[in-house]
Every structure is written in structure tokens, then in C-alpha cells.
Design a protein around this ligand. Structure first.
Ligand code: HAS
Length: 546
């Protein structure tokens, strides 16, 4: 059962960022229209390209994801480890995150922080933007720290038991988060805030980028792992079966602690100060980080097959039809299943990006947003939408109104995201830039930069983006109507997340403790990052002041 004194915090942490997400999604739809030349900058209701893109990226990729991970973490940890979470820490964490978000939102909407969600130098924001980000991150740390004493008590009281798998997943998520946010905290506190306050003469841009990307890649696993918790713990039960192997679940979560961070240079293949040897090392480590996801693909496919066969599924492939694809009682299932289907393409294109020579073809083209919408807007976002609906309605003791519409949302979203990405992949291969603020000169017949062959990809992207916008409208229709339904105290008290049993419930010593995995992760970081750091600090580039 989810701890009663956490309910209000969980609901706040789900609904506050979802409210902001209305702006985030709106700016997403405007981006595709703008890119296709269907609207001009001035039609952004006075909101310029970079301002809209910053609001879109910061709200969707930083704010919504962080709040959600904390809220879902409260639910999973308190359900799996008993009433173990410090409600005071949860409230303090939530307050810091809300204040931080509002402090950062001011400069974004005032047009004084057009620095995008990748906020490294030389683009400079108002100091309040950086201060807000710091408060948001510290709030998430405080929430995480509030789980640790209860977990240690649980371990002491249950010396022979394995830590429940969902708690392993959530703790792994936040261990990664804790490790990867320390360098970006340094970047914010020592480089960016003093620079934006005018206290320093300039900033070392290459160091700023190195510190950002140290954080930037594990950040994607911070987004992804709560979805993995749902896939391993909740989805097999919804499919009517069991998780195929408990060991693989644990191994995958713990492997991410080691592998998610020491590979950020794959975002910096074009960086001048770093030698190609270390970029090649990070390429190899990037291929390695795909392994836990490949293990996940096979483990989850086996779990889905088990569930489908329990429902009467037969044959080599015909069993797929026995999964609850359109079951309105198990409406959460397609949010998880379709996220996985989308992730197949998101993952494959990630491997293309990581390949040193192929990266040179697609880097900074529209291929990139296509890739990351098939990852963060695929498995991550569908899991966030589905679980936010499930949790907020459940802990409030309400019921889902219009469950058939709820079932349709992930299908509409999937069609939208595939269409959007198809257009941007096509354009990316033809060289369409990832971002542009040139007033779309390549769509202007009178310009020397006119590229008629780029138009089609952007049009397809605009169709896909509009379909995604429709899915968001349907989501808010179901959410608002469900939140307005009658409340039942008894239903709220008995609400719990579904939990799957394991078909193979192995007990392997190597995956019982976090400690060796954390130590291995720290060693991997030191080996992969200290030499590039020395190279960056030794490079003789002038500091940038503006
Ligand atoms: Fe990425 C850039 C490489 C995963 C997000 N990535 C980005 C950016 C974002 C992002 C936001 O190496 C842009 C950053 C920016 O602003 O500049 N990425 C990878 C690789 C993976 C990967 C190798 N990315 C993600 C995930 C993200 C994400 C996850 C968000 C959540 N990415 C890169 C690289 C760049 C990059 C380069 C920089 C490029 C550049 O030039 O700037 C891997 O982790 C992917 C492994 C995944 C798989 C898929 C496994 C499939 C599963 C589904 C199974 C399905 C089932 C259902 C069971 C191998 C688990 C079956 C159903 C049926 C119907 C069959």
C-alpha cells in the first residue's frame, strides 16, 4: 500500500508539472509548424523560436521527468518497503522543486533564458534560471535522501530477503542521478551563476560542455529507468502472467549504475579539445550500455509471451493477439507496451548515433530530435502519461472516466511520434539542421539557401506533431474528467500498484547489494573522464565573456 502521509505530495508532484506540460506540449506543436514554414516567428504569440524551444525542452525533459521520478519513487518505495519514507523529507523536497521550477520559469517566459534544456555556455541565461535549476535538483536529492534511512531499517529487519525489484530499480535511478548531477552542480555553482552575475571575467566553454555532457547522458537513463520499473514490475501482471526472470531485472538496473555515465563524449565527437582515443573509448562504452536494454528486450518479450499464453495464446506469433491491447480494464497496458515498440527504433538509431563515423553524418541534423522523440517521447513519456493518470486518480480514490479514450491515447501518440520522427529522420539524412533561427531561409524560394527537397520532411514532421498534440488533448480530457469524478475514501485506502511475481525467482549474491556496482561505476567514471578533463583544462582557449 502507498504510504498515506505521502498521498498529497505525490498528487502535487504529478499534477504541478502536468499543468506546466500544457505549455511544453503547446510549444512542441508550434515548433513543428514553424519548422515547416507554416507560421512565422511573430505568430508564436510573441514568443521567439529559442524561447519556445527552451520552454518545450526544460518543461518536458527536465521538470516533468524529475517530478515524475520522485513521485513514482515515493509510491514504489513506500509500497514495497512498508511505510518507510520520511514524509517531512518528501514535503521539503517537493517544496524545493516547486520553488525552483517557478524561479527558473520566470526568466524563461521573460525571454531572459533562451539557452535550451542543454544549458551549457556560451549561451548565457539570467542567474535566476540557473538558481531555479539548482533548487529543482537539490529538491530531488532531498526526496531521495528521505528514502535511505527507511531502506536501511528494512534491510536490518529483513536480513534474508532480497530487496523488492521495484525498489532496486528506483534506488538505481536515483544513485545514477546523484552521481551525475554533482558535476553539473559544480558547473552551475562555480561557472554559470558567477558568470551570469558578472562576477567572473568569462567562462571556459569547453569545460562547461564537458561537465554538462557528463550529466547529459546519464540523465536519459534517469528518465528511462522509472519506465523500466513499470515494465519489469507492473507490465507482466497486466499482461496476465509473470516476469520471466527476476535476476535479469536486477542485473539490468545495477548494470546501468556502472554503465550510464562513462560515455558522455558521444555527444562531443566534434569537440576540439578532446583526443579521438577517448572519444573511441566512449563509443565502445556506449555500445556496452545498449546491452542492458537488449537484455530487457528479451526478458520482457518472454514475460509478455508467458502472459499471453496464460490468456490462451497459441502458436509462434499468434499469441501476441492475446495481450490486453484494447482492454479497458487494463488500459495502462498499451501505454507500456507501445512505449517498448517505439523504443525498438529509438534504440537502433541510438546505436547509429554512437558509431563515430556515422555520427558525423547525422550530428546536429534533424535526425537527432527524431531519435530522441523515439526514446524520451516514446517509452519514457508514455509511461509518465499512463502512470500519472493511474497514480493520481488512484491515490485520490477516484476512477478513470472514459477508459476507452484512455486506451486510445497511446495509439494516437504512437502514430504521431512515428510520423514525426519519419519526417525528421528523412530530413536529417538530407542535412536539415537540428535547430535553426534563420527564419527558415531554406524554405524561402528567394533565398540562396533555398532547399526544396527539405520541405517534405518538415511537412511530415508537422503532421506527426499535430497528431501528438491531439493525443495530449485526449489525455487532458480523461485526466480532468477523472479528477472531477466522485471520491471514495475506501478506494483511496486500498489503492496499490500492480506487482508481478517472477517465473524464475533466482537469488544471486552478485545482485543483492548496490555497493560493488557503485564502486565499479565510480572507477569507470574516473578512468573515462579524468584524462579528457586534463586535456580540456590544458587546452588554451580564451574564456568567453558574452
Ligand atoms: Fe540517445 C542523443 C546514443 C538511448 C535520449 N539521446 C540523444 C539526445 C537525447 C537522447 C535527448 O551515441 C539528444 C541530446 C541533445 O540534446 O543533444 N541513445 C544512444 C544509445 C542509446 C540511447 C546508444 N537516448 C537513449 C534514451 C534516451 C535518449 C533511452 C532517452 C530516454 N543518443 C545517442 C548518441 C547521441 C544521442 C550517440 C548523440 C548524438 C549527437 O551527435 O549529438 C541506447 O541506450 C539505446 C539502447 C536501446 C535498445 C533498444 C532495446 C529495445 C527494447 C524494446 C523491446 C520491445 C519489446 C516489445 C519487448 C538497444 C527494450 C516487442 C514488440 C514487438 C512488436 C516486437
Amino acid at each position: 500500500m502507498i504510504q498515506k502521509d505521502l498521498r498529497a505530495t505525490i498528487v502535487l508532484e504529478l499534477l504541478f508539472p502536468l499543468t506546466l506540460f500544457i505549455f511544453g506540449a503547446y510549444h512542441g506543436v508550434l515548433q513543428v509548424f514553424y519548422r515547416a514554414g507554416l507560421i512565422q516567428e511573430t505568430s508564436f504569440l510573441g514568443i521567439g523560436y529559442y524561447k519556445g524551444l527552451t520552454a518545450h525542452g526544460v518543461i518536458n525533459a527536465i521538470v516533468l521527468t524529475t517530478f515524475f521520478a520522485v513521485a513514482f519513487g515515493h509510491a514504489v518505495v513506500s509500497q514495497q518497503l512498508g511505510p518507510s519514507v520520511s514524509a517531512a523529507a518528501a514535503k521539503a523536497g517537493a517544496a524545493l522543486m516547486v520553488v525552483g521550477t517557478l524561479v527558473a520559469a520566470g526568466p524563461i517566459f521573460a525571454g531572459k533564458a533562451d539557452v535550451l534544456y542543454t544549458f551549457y555556455a556560451p549561451m548565457k541565461a539570467h542567474p535566476l534560471f540557473y538558481i531555479g535549476v539548482v533548487l529543482l535538483v537539490v529538491g530531488s536529492w532531498v526526496s531521495f535522501w528521505g528514502w535511505i534511512p527507511g531502506y536501511l531499517r528494512w534491510r536490518k529487519d529483513h536480513p534474508r530477503e532480497k530487496t523488492p525489484l521495484g525498489a532496486v530499480g528506483i534506488f538505481s535511478t536515483f544513485i545514477i542521478w546523484q552521481m551525475c548531477t554533482l558535476p553539473v552542480a559544480y558547473e552551475l555553482l562555480v561557472q554559470l551563476i558567477p558568470w551570469s552575475l558578472g562576477l567572473t571575467a568569462g567562462v571556459n566553454v569547453v569545460l562547461s560542455r564537458l561537465l554538462f555532457w557528463f550529466f547529459g547522458h546519464p540523465l536519459v537513463y534517469f528518465w528511462l529507468l522509472p519506465a523500466y520499473v513499470m515494465y519489469y514490475v507492473i507490465m507482466p501482471r497486466l499482461a496476465g502472467g509473470k516476469l520471466y526472470s527476476d535476476f535479469y531485472g536486477r542485473f539490468v538496473f545495477l548494470a546501468f549504475i556502472v554503465l550510464s555515465t562513462p560515455l558522455g563524449l558521444h555527444h562531443q565527437f566534434a569537440e576540439p579539445a578532446i583526443s579521438s582515443g577517448y572519444k573511441a573509448l566512449h563509443t565502445a562504452l556506449t555500445f556496452l550500455v545498449a546491452v542492458p536494454s537488449l537484455l530487457t528486450a528479451f526478458t520482457l518479450a518472454a514475460s509478455l509471451e508467458h502472459g499471453a499464453r496464460q490468456n490462451g495464446g497459441k502458436g509462434l506469433f499468434a499469441w501476441w493477439a492475446k495481450l490486453p491491447h484494447f482492454d479497458k480494464e487494463r488500459w495502462l497496458f498499451p501505454y507500456l507496451f507501445l512505449g517498448l515498440v517505439i523504443f525498438i527504433l529509438g534504440g537502433i538509431t541510438g546505436i547509429v548515433n554512437a558509431s563515430y563515423s556515422m555520427n558525423a553524418v547525422i550530428h546536429n541534423t534533424s535526425w537527432l530530435p527524431a531519435h530522441f522523440h523515439l526514446t524520451v517521447a516514446g517509452p519514457v513519456f508514455l509511461a509518465i502519461l499512463g502512470m500519472s493518470l493511474y497514480l493520481s486518480v488512484g491515490v485520490l480514490g477516484k476512477k478513470i472516466v472514459a477508459p476507452r479514450v484512455a486506451v486510445s491515447i497511446p495509439y494516437v501518440w504512437t502514430i504521431g511520434v512515428f510520423t514525426f520522427s519519419a519526417g525528421l529522420f528523412y530530413g536529417g539524412l538530407k542535412g536539415v539542421p537540428r535547430r535553426t533561427n534563420l527564419g527558415m531561409s531554406y524554405l524561402d524560394e528567394l533565398s540562396d539557401a533555398y532547399r526544396p527537397d527539405w520541405r517534405i520532411g518538415e511537412y511530415i514532421g508537422a503532421v506527426g506533431g499535430s497528431i501528438m498534440g491531439l493525443a495530449v488533448l485526449l489525455f487532458f480530457y480523461v485526466l480532468v474528467r477523472s479528477l472531477a469524478s466522485a471520491r471514495s475514501e475506501q478506494q483511496a485506502d486500498s489503492f496499490a500498484l500492480p506487482e508481478s511475481e517472477a517465473y524464475h525467482n533466482e537469488d544471486v549474491g552478485a545482485v543483492r547489494n548496490f555497493r560493488p556496482w557503485i564502486v565499479a561505476g565510480v572507477i569507470a567514471i574516473l578512468i573515462s573522464y579524468i584524462p579528457p578533463l586534463i586535456q580540456v583544462l590544458g587546452a588554451k582557449y580564451p574564456l568567453v565573456s558574452e
